[in-house]
Write a protein that binds this ligand. Structure first.
Ligand SMILES: [Zn+2]
Length: 188
């Protein structure tokens, strides 16, 4: 099966390719893509628009790029300026039910950090702690329900490079904490 390529910020859609390779190898059948980058996962939405084996979930800032949104299987547009508590509550209102509904063989998680309040392109207002809590929430929700999850870092456009590196490290710190409690995670 040829890989469709959606050209946006990145030439290759790593999550789409990973999902297709794993399916082709017969390692998984159904995949849930959880895209929490502040920009909509529009490429992923288009690539899997007619494919019920890959469920696309995007939670993003509604007024952010792209101006014209695509249709994911589940889109949760967020108002500009949303802070930690409201964000985490919104995520908690969707992810557990989504896992129960889709029952994927694998979750692929895009942990973009451009939802940080200090991001140049973000327009949301999460703190470092909020990003860490978000990652812990995704990981523990999947683990508690028995769903394997693989994670990638995503967008992040801060002028302070060290601060940006630290924000990306939060995913690895969260995954390390969760993995220390269980040998459940793969590829994190
Ligand atoms: Zn982004």
């Amino acid at each position: 099966m040829p890989f469709p390529i959606w050209v946006g910020v990145c030439i290759f859609n790593d999550l789409a390719i990973a999902a297709r390779v794993l399916q082709t190898l017969g390692l998984v059948q159904s995949v849930l893509i959880v895209d929490l980058d502040v920009h909509q996962g529009d490429g992923t939405a288009v690539i899997f628009a007619d494919d019920p084996s890959v469920f696309t979930f995007s939670m993003h800032c509604e007024v952010n790029f792209p101006g014209t949104k695509q249709q994911s299987d589940l889109d949760v547009p967020l108002p500009a300026g949303m802070e930690d508590e409201a964000y985490l509550q919104t995520l908690a209102a969707h992810l557990p039910d989504l896992l129960d509904r889709v029952q994927p063989d694998l979750v692929l998680y895009d942990a973009g950090v451009d939802s940080h309040f200090d991001d140049r392109l973000g327009k949301l207002a999460l703190s470092d702690r909020g990003l860490f809590c978000r990652d812990m929430q995704v990981l523990t929700t999947c683990r508690q329900r028995g769903y394997p999850i693989a994670c990638v870092i995503g967008g992040g456009y801060a002028d302070d490079f060290e601060a940006l590196v630290y924000r990306h490290s939060l995913l690895h710190r969260a995954a390390g904490d969760v993995a220390a409690q269980s040998q459940f995670l793969i590829g994190a």
